[in-house]
Design a protein around this ligand. Structure first.
Ligand code: UDP
Length: 331
């Protein structure tokens, strides 16, 4: 009995693999290493290098391993890139999901937890946004994920493949001992960029816009620690294993922080100056994204343990200090 994690060498995937292995699960990882790092994969997980769109490859892994549940992270996730390369997103994310579901169906594997996103809501009609609210993406990344949710819904109706869609808000932080963390090339996310500025490898932070409809004019986001996110994936798989029905859950803390507030928190945690300036808006950014998370807390019994941006930033800072060049520091 093994849990298959697609995209297990990526940022959130590698933290989830680590968490599942430490909880005693047998874990099989698939990753094409286009954005992931093999060094991030727990050594006790079985690793296969390959692409989620490669059906013959997937078939082979499902033949070799006794897979009882799937966690699917293998997707591109950079909003601004998706605005200029939409087909890349629909191809990898949406087509990848179709291939995976075909193989799951052929092998009789009926449970999948997958990474959806708050971007499926677009500009929410109300804040905090609840799972039942309208989903109307304003960027191709969000659209590609919403299509994945819809496809899997129909696969459930037709083939009984039960799913949990976890709609992530903003994920940040690192394993608490700083041994694995966030490392994208090029980096686009707010917290790791701030860490690079604090560390001195990037001259300054550019805050994308201060004329949004928020208290200080900068975007407001809801930050979740990557370890709490990993825990939610395990709870979601247990939920399916208990025979519950397919559904979606928001993964957010229900507290919003503006980009300026994140910068201030990072200055406090690191004790560094962190030079910053205001730049133009970035395409595809809604004003505010904050989760209603009561369904996740009530149904999955999810209790975020690191529910404070200072703790999130502290773990990122430890990872950054231990591995100033990210995974290129690993031998
Ligand atoms: N952001 C910023 N400067 C940067 C990177 C990000 O001001 O160098 C802002 C971005 O516009 C958004 C927030 O930080 O308002 C979070 O962006 P990120 O890319 O980390 O995550 P996303 O919300 O796109 O998933």
């Amino acid at each position: 009995m093994a849990i298959l994690v697609l995209g297990g060498a990526g940022y959130i995937g590698s933290h989830t693999v680590d968490y599942l292995v430490e909880k005693g699960n047998k874990v099989v990882v698939i990753d094409n290493l286009v954005t992931g790092h093999q060094e991030a994969v727990h050594p006790d997980a079985t690793f296969y290098r390959g692409d989620v769109r490669d059906k013959a490859f997937l078939d082979n892994v499902f033949d070799e391993e006794d897979i009882t549940g799937v966690i699917h992270f293998a997707a591109f996730s950079v909003v601004p890139e998706s605005m200029v390369k939409p087909l890349k997103y629909f191809n990898n994310n949406t087509v990848g999901m179709i291939t995976l579901l075909e193989v799951m169906q052929a092998h009789g594997v009926k449970r999948i937890v997958f990474s959806s996103t708050a971007s499926t809501y677009g500009t929410p009609e109300r804040i905090p946004v609840a799972e039942s609210d309208v989903q109307k993406p304003i960027n191709p990344y969000g659209a590609s994920k919403l299509m994945m949710e819809e496809i899997i819904h129909w696969a459930d109706i037709a083939y009984g493949i039960k799913f949990v869609a976890l709609r992530y808000f903003n994920v940040a932080g690192a394993k608490l001992d700083g041994s694995i963390g966030e490392d994208h090339g090029p980096e686009t996310h707010l917290v790791p960029i701030i860490m690079q500025v604090a560390q001195g490898t990037r001259p300054e932070l550019q805050i994308f816009g201060d004329d949004y409809d928020t208290a200080d004019g900068t975007n407001v986001r809801d930050y979740v620690h990557v370890i709490d996110l990993a825990d939610a994936h395990m709870l979601a798989l247990n939920y399916l294993n208990e025979g519950n029905d397919s559904t979606a859950f928001n993964l957010g803390s229900s507290t919003g922080f503006s980009n300026r507030q994140i910068l201030e928190a990072a200055r406090e945690v690191t004790g560094r100056e962190i030079p910053a300036k205001i730049g133009p808006r970035r395409a595809g950014d809604p004003d505010t994204l904050v989760a209603a998370s009561s369904k996740t807390r009530d149904v999955l019994k999810w209790t975020p343990r690191y529910d404070d941006v200072h703790e999130i930033i502290r773990s990122s800072w430890l990872w950054t200090q231990k591995h100033p060049q990210g995974y290129s520091d690993f031998e």
